[in-house]
Structure formats: C-alpha cells, structure tokens
Write a protein that binds this ligand. Structure first.
Ligand code: SAH
Ligand code: SF4
Ligand code: F3S
Length: 481
C-alpha cells in the first residue's frame, strides 16, 4: 500500500489512541524552516471549520502557519490553491457534511489541477475515515490529524513541490507545542488553550480517541499568552479544554483550575470565560474564585447529558442527578445571578420513556438558560456503539422535540430577567440578520442587538434592554448623560 504514497504515510489506530501511557510533560517550540518562508507568495488558501471551539482554535493556528509561509486567505474556493477542511467527528451528521463538501469541492480540481485539497482535525483520527478517504476520495491530497498540525509547513512543501500525497496521522499525542503562530478571527476576543485531550472516556464520545491524553499547558505559558493579549487590546479570553476542571492534575507540579483562574484574573483582562466544565471535577475552590473575581464571567456551561441515573452510569459520567443538582445549588449560593447552560443527549441506547422524563424534570429543576441538545449518534470504536439500541428513530426525534420545547422556555426566561436593565455588551460586529444593527454578548453570555456606530466594535458598552426574545435581546445604547 505504502508505495503509492510519498514519504508520509501513517494511518491512525483508535486502539492505540485509547492507551494512556506516560504523561508527556515535554514542551517544544514551533519554528518555520526559513527555506520555505516564501512558499505561499502569490498563492491563496482557504480553511473551513466544522467543530468545537478547540477545533476553531486549531484553525486559527493553521491560518497562522499559512500566513507564516506567505499565503493569503480567501473565502472563494475557485481562487484557492489550498483548501483544508478542519473536521469534527462528534456525531455522524458532522462527518456526512464533510464527505458531501469533498464531493462538491472536487469540481475545482478540474479548473485548477494544482489545487491541493486537505482533510484535517478529528475525522482523520478515526481509521475508518482514513480508509474511506483512501478508497473513495483519491483526489484528497493532504490528510493529517489533531496531533501534527505543527508539521503543516513540511506537508504543504511536500504536496506542493514534490507533488506527493501526504497521509500522516499520529494516534498518540506528542509534546505540547508552544509558540505556534495564530491568526485570530477577532481582535477583541480570543481562545486560549489551557489543556489538550480528554481522559474521561464517556462511553458515547470519540474525543478521547481523536484528541488523546489529557495534557495541561504550564500555567506560566497560559498567563503569559493572556498578558500579551491584554497588551494587544483584547477584552475577553475563553480558556479552552474538554474538561477544564481537571486542569493541572497531570503537571509535574500539580496545579488547580481555581489557581489558574485566579492567576488569569490577575492579568486584569476585562472578561474571562472557560469551557467545557465537567460536573464531577467542579470544586468549591473554583466556585469561590469565580464568585470573588469580577472579571470572571457569571456564566457556566455545565453539560449534564441526562437526568437519569441509569443512563448517566451507562454514559460513564461519574455523577448522579442528585450530585449534579447539589453542585449547582452550591454555585447559586455563591453566585445568585449565575447563568447556567448545558448539553443534553436523547436516545442513548435503551433510554426508556421514564428515563427521558427524568431529563425533562432535571431541565426544569436546574433552570438552565440554554442547552445544546443532541440525538445520540453511535461512534465507531466507542463502547456505546456496541450497546443494543432499542429506541426507534421516531421516538428519538420526538424526545428531541419535546426537550427543545422545555429548553427554549429556559432561553426566554434567561433573557426576560434582563428586560428593563442596563447590561454590559462586548460588541462583536454587525448583527447577522440586520446590518444596520450591532451585536455582542453580555457578561451572562446573552446575545444583544442594538443600533450603534461601527467604532463601538471591540468595546464594552452599556445597553438598555427593551425586549427579550427566545434567541436574543434587543436594546438601545445607554447614554448616562
Ligand atoms: N468535553 C465536553 C464537550 C464534548 S462534545 C463535555 O464533556 O461536556 C460536546 C457535546 O456533544 C457533549 O457534551 C455531548 O452532549 C455531545 N456528544 C458527544 N458525543 C456524542 C454522541 N456520540 N452522540 C450525540 N451527542 C454527543
Ligand atoms: Fe467527551 Fe466526556 Fe471527554 Fe467531554 S468529558 S470530551 S463528553 S469523553
Ligand atoms: Fe468535534 Fe473534535 Fe471538537 S470531534 S467536538 S472537533 S474535539
């Protein structure tokens, strides 16, 4: 098989990815070989992002690498010399969208035979995906995964100059790479990775296989990155990890998420957010820091997945309905105006009607102000994919519909409580649906639309809320004169 390919050929193995071997505490610095610094001069690249915020952050790194090689970005597939799809494997429909898009992009290779088409991110970490790409999508030139983005310069050089296909996916994580270039989407808010990977192994989830072992970045590196962002005028950072509450447990000198939050708050950045939290690892010390520090935002995204203890057990979530509810009670005791959002899965194998009802009652009891809701999707290689699935497709769709109805009343309730109040909005830009309006998020992470001049973009401004709707709030700039 290998002889068909160039110097790079490595398929992933989910079996190998499952292993949790010696913790890697090594950190290496990224460097571009000066010989290829001009590789992209006069050439265009395009990146499409399909996944979570971690995936978006990886796209920002790829943008940074392309620019370091002299490439210019484009949104137009027709004029691109390189197109990379940065993919997500979390559910089947995410994967199907990527295969569909690859079929569509094929046409551009006819008009531009030198066009390089690449698939990156979480999908290539699955062996069945790489096999499908090799068999059915022979026109894909570059395949690489989540552990080797830093090799992108060498891959582009090989594909572009030596005209060789590059298929290289590492199954296991290596060292943490520091100083990767980043071209950030916004100049006022930024993602900051605090850790990579996940060790939780929820039985439905592919992430521990696609992202590898939990590895925390050193606290000094994180704080330094935030300090630099403050210097550049950034107003908000979102600290990223699959389970941020486990931050630092793997470091040689053990650190805690609470201490990290405190240190990041000391940089005096205006706003700090973090995602995602795991209910089992959320401790009182972390609650105390969030409550105490004004620049840590009063919004917590705390995925619960299900309100039924049997289902939670089969999901390997390691908490119960009762312990989840008492955790959020602790949170609300310290932060009475907290906004709480969550993730929910319906139709987990053998989820009974009563089990589903437990999820509905939990959503009511927890008073969520928003939720991402999903139908269970069997992911190859995960334990739950082998569980007997007795719930019909219709029942799953029906449960999702009923759940969304309850969730949507939570969104509206979360907005209603700000009607008639002045809130602080970090202005992102023009409103998506109406270019005469601006939009941005409040401290509680509520979307606000209001009229204002473009020079407010990137600033934090007071807005009086006139009307709460389900998905957003409408307000007017508050002039206190
Ligand atoms: N690390 C985070 C988020 C992981 S992925 C956490 O632990 O909460 C985001 C969400 O996708 C999950 O919270 C879960 O609700 C959903 N999800 C993950 N795997 C899924 C699957 N196989 N089918 C349906 N939804 C899934
Ligand atoms: Fe997946 Fe669970 Fe890890 Fe979240 S905590 S990424 S759901 S395995
Ligand atoms: Fe998707 Fe990978 Fe994120 S599977 S949700 S892009 S970690």
């Amino acid at each position: 098989m290998k002889k068909d390919y160039g110097k790079y050929f490595r398929r992933p193995s989910q079996q190998a990815a499952r292993k949790r071997v010696n913790p890697s505490t090594e950190t290496i610095d990224f460097d571009v070989n000066p010989n290829i610094e001009n590789l992209g001069n006069g050439k265009y690249y395009m990146i499409q992002t399909y996944g979570c915020q971690g995936n978006e952050a990886d796209s920002e790194t790829m943008h940074g690498i392309f620019r370091a090689l002299g490439f210019t970005s484009t949104d137009d597939a027709q004029s691109a010399d390189v197109i990379i799809l940065n993919t997500c494997a979390i559910r089947e429909n995410a994967e199907n969208r990527v295969f569909g898009e690859l079929g569509r992009l094929k046409q551009y290779k006819k008009t531009n035979p030198n066009l390089l088409l690449g698939v990156a991110g979480c999908m290539p970490q699955e062996e069945h995906v790489v096999d499908t790409l090799l068999e059915k999508y022979p026109y894909v030139d570059l395949i690489f995964g989540t552990h080797n983005i830093h090799q992108l310069p060498a891959y582009i050089e090989t594909a572009m100059l030596a005209k060789e296909r590059v298929i290289e996916v590492y199954s296991e994580e290596g060292a943490i790479i520091e100083n990767l270039p980043k071209a950030r989407v916004y100049s006022h808010k930024a993602f900051v990775n605090i850790m990579y990977g996940c060790d939780e192994f929820c039985t439905y989830c592919v992430v521990p296989y696609t992202r590898g072992k939990e590895r925390s970045r050193a606290k000094v590196h994180i704080v330094e990155e935030v300090r630099q962002l403050v210097k550049e005028g950034y107003k908000e950072v979102t600290l990223l990890g699959q389970n941020v509450n486990a931050y630092g447990q793997d470091l040689p000198d053990v650190e805690t998420f609470a201490a990290l939050l405190d240190a990041v708050a000391d940089t005096n950045i205006a706003r700090i957010r973090f995602t995602t939290s795991h209910p089992r690892d959320f401790d009182q010390a972390t609650i105390d820091v969030i409550a105490k520090r004004d620049n840590i935002m009063p919004h917590i995204h705390l995925p619960v997945q299900s309100g039924n203890n049997d289902v939670l057990k089969k999901m390997n979530r390691k908490y119960t309905r009762e312990s989840y509810l008492s955790l959020i009670e602790m949170m609300r005791k310290s932060m009475p105006d907290l906004s709480l959002t969550t993730d929910l899965i319906v139709g987990f194998p053998k989820e009974t009607d009563t089990a589903f009802e437990d999820t509905l009652t939990l959503v009511e009891a927890a008073q969520f102000e928003g939720a991402f809701t999903f139908i269970f999707s069997a992911r190859e290689g995960t334990p739950a994919a082998r569980y007997e699935d007795t719930v019909s497709h219709e029942a799953k769709r029906d449960r999702l519909k009923r759940l969304n109805k309850v969730v949507n009343t939570g969104y509206l309730r979360g907005h209603k409580r700000f009607e008639g109040q002045v809130v602080k909005v970090l202005v992102d830009g023009e409103s998506k649906n109406d270019s005469s309006m601006l939009s941005g998020y409040t401290e509680h992470h509520k979307l606000v639309n209001f009229k204002g001049a473009h020079d407010l973009i990137g600033k934090i401004v007071p807005v009086f809320i006139e009307e709460a709707k389900t998905w957003s709030m409408r307000g007017v700039l508050y002039e206190n004169t």
